[in-house]
Design a protein around this ligand. Structure first.
Ligand SMILES: NC(=O)C1=CN([C@@H]2O[C@H](COP(=O)(O)OP(=O)(O)OC[C@H]3O[C@@H](n4cnc5c(N)ncnc54)[C@H](O)[C@@H]3O)[C@@H](O)[C@H]2O)C=CC1
Ligand SMILES: O=C(O)C(=O)Cc1ccc(O)cc1
Length: 366
């Protein structure tokens, strides 16, 4: 039995708590949060054994402390932990979206013999608070572990074992490289999405209907603009140099496509979209070919109207919960392949049996 303390019982902390509770029912889990309602709701639904308003109230009892507040608070709480007497051998980890400032601060903790393991799950949502938490949030996602302080391999193994129910793909990387990667694929996109929404709001301030007319493209590229402003302020301010560099490079690219339009450069404009299409298409193809999820089933799907609906209907009738569905290829007059993701082996096996009984053929997923 271990005592786990989760500091910040929101979307990420709450989802991790759900997974640990399910996989390790004997562990004690305590939550820390300034939001009293989150603690009450987590305790009444049995996700935690007790709640505290401040980390100092419970940190000394912990075998593992998971810091899951916004980044600025994580940094603050690392200072608090460095000033406290913690259990010998305690593991402290965090889930913050930026890593360099956190790993600088980690030196104070490791200097005191505390095992600090920087972490960052590359999964989440624009939604916040424990009400949005779910146990399969991280299923098949990448989870960065930061190599700067990974000296004690046993501590790393213990943490990976504790979190094995997340079903993530561990990715070891330095803090500097981490922050460069996420500036490009996460931070810049969030800035662009919010800028686009703000610009559209200003443009249409006199005609609110126009914004509601937005089609799927606008909605999908701006979904993340609904994310939490506090969290994103902290992220931008804790990775500022790299993000400023990315903004400058993106501005250059906007300048290039602007110039191509001004000079009616058909080839340059076509190239802009063509290059992006090739890369974007390949993301899905690569993920499916080289990176199968944990409980994936690949089935042949005939090219006829209603074929996919038939599959989802069979699974719904059998009360099998589908986590994700992905069309890998359906070309005219050629059978396609459907990638079906489940949250556990039992659902996968049952799905395979049900679909076979209905005459569908399994390509992969034994
Ligand atoms: N939302 C996402 O998709 C992802 C977020 N992250 C990182 O995870 C961390 C948590 O994010 P979310 O769970 O999304 O946010 P959230 O807003 O759902 O949860 C944060 C929780 O921290 C609590 N909190 C705030 N100040 C506190 C304090 N002084 N003491 C104790 N609790 C406090 C809040 O009341 C809230 O319950 C952030 O550092 C974020 O950068 C990492 C991966 C994905
Ligand atoms: O909602 C989305 O698509 C996200 O991008 C979620 C997210 C937010 C912050 C992170 O550090 C990692 C993932």
């Amino acid at each position: 039995m271990k005592t786990i303390v989760i500091d910040g019982l929101g979307l990420i902390g709450g989802s991790i708590a759900l997974v640990i509770r399910k996989q390790w029912p004997d562990h004690q889990i305590f939550g820390v949060d300034v939001n009293h309602n989150s603690l009450v709701s987590a305790q009444s639904s049995g996700i935690i054994d007790g709640g505290f308003p401040r980390l100092q109230d419970i940190a000394a009892a912990a075998d593992v402390i998971i810091l899951a507040t916004p980044v600025r608070i994580i940094l603050d709480h690392m200072d608090q932990l460095a000033d406290m007497r913690l259990k010998p051998g305690v593991i402290v980890t965090d889930v913050g979206s930026t890593k360099q400032q956190i790993m600088v601060k980690a030196k104070r903790l490791t200097g005191k013999g505390i095992n600090f393991i920087g972490g960052h799950p590359m999964a989440g949502s624009h939604k916040t608070t424990i009400s949005a938490a779910r146990a399969n949030l991280f299923q098949s996602a990448y989870y960065f572990l930061i190599t700067d302080t990974l000296s004690d391999q046993n501590a790393v193994k213990d943490l990976q074992s504790l979190l094995s129910g997340l079903h993530v793909k561990w990715q070891l990387v330095s803090a500097a490289r981490h922050d460069r990667i996420v500036a490009q694929i996460s931070h810049l996109p969030h800035i662009i999405a919010s800028g686009l929404v703000n610009m559209s709001q200003d443009e249409f301030s006199q005609s609110p209907l126009s914004l509601r007319l937005a089609a799927g493209g606008f909605r999908s590229i701006t979904r993340i603009a609904s994310s939490d402003p506090e969290m994103w302020t902290d992220i931008l301010l804790s990775n500022s140099d790299t993000i400023v560099d990315k903004i400058d490079k993106f501005s250059d690219r906007l300048g290039q496509i602007r110039q191509a339009i001004v000079s009616s450069d058909h080839e340059a404009i076509h190239d802009y979209f063509h290059q992006a299409k090739i890369t974007r298409d390949s993301i899905n193809a690569q993920a499916a070919a080289h990176d199968p999820n944990f409980y994936d089933l690949f089935i042949n799907i005939p090219d006829r109207v209603g074929a996919i609906a038939q599959v989802t209907h069979i699974l719904a009738e059998a009360k099998i919960n589908l986590v994700n569905i992905h069309i890998l290829e359906i070309r005219e007059e050629v059978d396609g392949v459907l990638q079906l993701s489940f949250s556990n082996q039992q659902d996968l096996t049952r799905a395979k049996d049900e679909l076979r009984q209905h005459g569908l053929s399994v390509v992969r997923g034994e």
